[in-house]
Design a protein around this ligand. Structure first.
Ligand SMILES: O=C(O)c1ccccc1NCC(=O)[C@H](O)[C@H](O)COP(=O)(O)O
Length: 214
């Protein structure tokens, strides 16, 4: 089965076209003003309208409240919400019920103990994003280009929810990451950029090729 790819943090129309060309299953828009990948709702709407059918448009928010999500969803056509902050399982359930959109909860992993949270979120989220835990004091809760020890996931292919592997993936390491973890979906941001917030079409194509050829 082909591994599905989510290219996250797209900021320009050409990024959408490059993602589609590379066979993306998902594209992600970051709504977090401190991020170099932050897009305004207006910009995201224009980008979302460029996304071809069959590619899911994912909005990434960090501890957003209902008012912020109401405004986002009213303006931007979306297929999925990615919650990338400290949202509790109860908050995930609330967001899912309120908006009727699939919700993907991002979980930061550094050690085996961090895997303990997965069961609780599996009860309430449609998907999980298994990402590297950001370093202490980091400005960004994700998109840091850091990976975690993928061997922590070995033999854990059968969680009850679909999940994506993220964190420090690049065209050079993604095939090995998939081999070690059994991931059927992967998410990448900084590993396919030429500078923070600037996606590189060549690297996006290379990433997809690396996955296809193993
Ligand atoms: O990418 C960001 O700038 C960002 C900002 C705030 C919260 C989350 C963010 N990114 C989350 C993602 O889904 C990234 O794609 C994921 O963490 C992997 O990033 P990378 O290690 O750079 O591939």
């Amino acid at each position: 089965m082909q591994t599905a790819v989510k290219f996250c943090g797209l900021t320009r129309p050409q990024d959408i076209h490059a993602a589609a060309e590379a066979g993306a299953r998902y594209v992600g828009f970051v709504f977090f003003p401190k991020s170099p990948r932050h897009v305004t709702q207006e910009a995201a709407r224009a980008l979302a309208l460029e996304v071809p059918p069959g590619i899911a448009k994912v909005a990434l928010t960090v501890d957003a409240d209902d008012a912020a999500l109401d405004a986002l969803i009213a303006e931007v056509p979306l297929d999925m919400l990615q919650l990338h902050g400290h949202e509790s399982p109860e908050r995930v359930a609330h967001v899912r019920a309120r908006y009727g959109l699939p919700v993907m909860k991002a979980l930061g992993i550094a050690t085996a103990r961090d895997l303990d949270q997965i069961d609780a979120y599996s009860e309430v989220a449609d998907q999980l994003l298994i990402d590297a835990k950001p370093p202490e004091g980091a400005d960004l809760p994700g998109g840091n280009g850091l990976s975690f020890d993928w061997r922590l996931l070995a033999g854990r292919k059968y969680w009850t929810r679909p999940w994506m592997l993220a964190g420090g993936l690049t065209p050079d390491n993604v095939a090995e990451a998939v081999r070690l973890t059994g991931a059927r979906q992967v998410d990448v941001s900084s590993g396919v950029e030429s500078a923070p917030g600037i996606k590189d079409a060549g690297r996006m194509a290379e990433f997809a090729r690396a996955l296809a050829t193993g």
